[in-house]
Design a protein around this ligand. Structure first.
Ligand code: CA
Length: 218
């Protein structure tokens, strides 16, 4: 799950990035509206956390522009301005949710999970795929009735495959979901994580589709 954070306040941004990374999200952080638009033009994100008050181009314009280009990435707006009109304008411009600063990181996490669930068309928070059960709230993974301990990258990889159930994801697609711009990705990083996942789950849990990518075997 890759998230774009658009936030010009360094302290708030640092706290959010730390919090999200500890939950296993790949996070890209930009500090102004123009950089946000460029990032959104070039990369597919699972979600955007968008501050409304930004230097230069403000958040509302970034959002309007995004929706005008038919980009439906879920957007959670954050604002220090606790006025009803800001919230209404943001939601009318296509935001999916909002938080008023200062907000609690746990609440941010819960809202992110809800938005990701909604955008994936899931009403049920628990993901069940045959022998596999994933609880995104606790990040608990059960395979064949046994709890499995995964690293954050392994978890993110498995989650991506489980969410796109039955759909083959290429190495490039998985890399885009797991790593931000700053990451130095080894050419076989995804293969290594897949290898570890198979060891922890089972050899036949993830199928390699030659020349295409990987798919969860349920
Ligand atoms: Ca701001």
């Amino acid at each position: 799950m890759r998230i774009l954070l658009v936030e010009d306040d360094s302290m708030i941004g640092d706290a959010i990035v730390d919090g999200l990374k500890s939950e296993g999200y790949a996070v890209d952080w930009v500090k102004d509206g123009n950089s946000a638009t460029i990032a959104l033009d070039t990369t597919e994100f699972s979600l955007v956390i968008l501050d409304l008050g930004l230097p230069g181009r403000d958040g509302l314009n970034v959002l309007k522009d995004l929706r005008r280009r038919k980009n439906h990435t879920p957007v959670l707006i954050t604002t220090a301005r606790d006025t009803v009109s800001d919230k209404i304008e943001g939601l009318d411009a296509g935001a999916d949710d909002y938080l008023i600063k200062p907000f609690d990181l746990d609440e941010l996490s819960a809202r992110i999970r809800a938005l990701l669930r909604r955008s994936a068309g899931r009403a049920d928070p628990i993901i069940e795929r045959g022998r596999l059960t994933i609880n995104p709230t606790t990040r608990e993974v059960i395979f064949n009735g046994e709890s499995v301990i995964l690293s954050s990258k392994e978890y993110a990889l498995l989650f991506a495959l489980a969410e796109r159930n039955g759909i083959v994801l290429s190495r490039a697609q998985l890399e885009e979901k797991l790593y931000n711009y700053d990451s130095l990705i080894g050419s076989n990083a995804i293969e290594v994580h897949i290898h570890h996942l198979r060891k922890k789950l089972s050899d036949d849990s993830i199928k390699t589709v030659r020349g295409v990518g990987y798919v969860l075997e349920t």
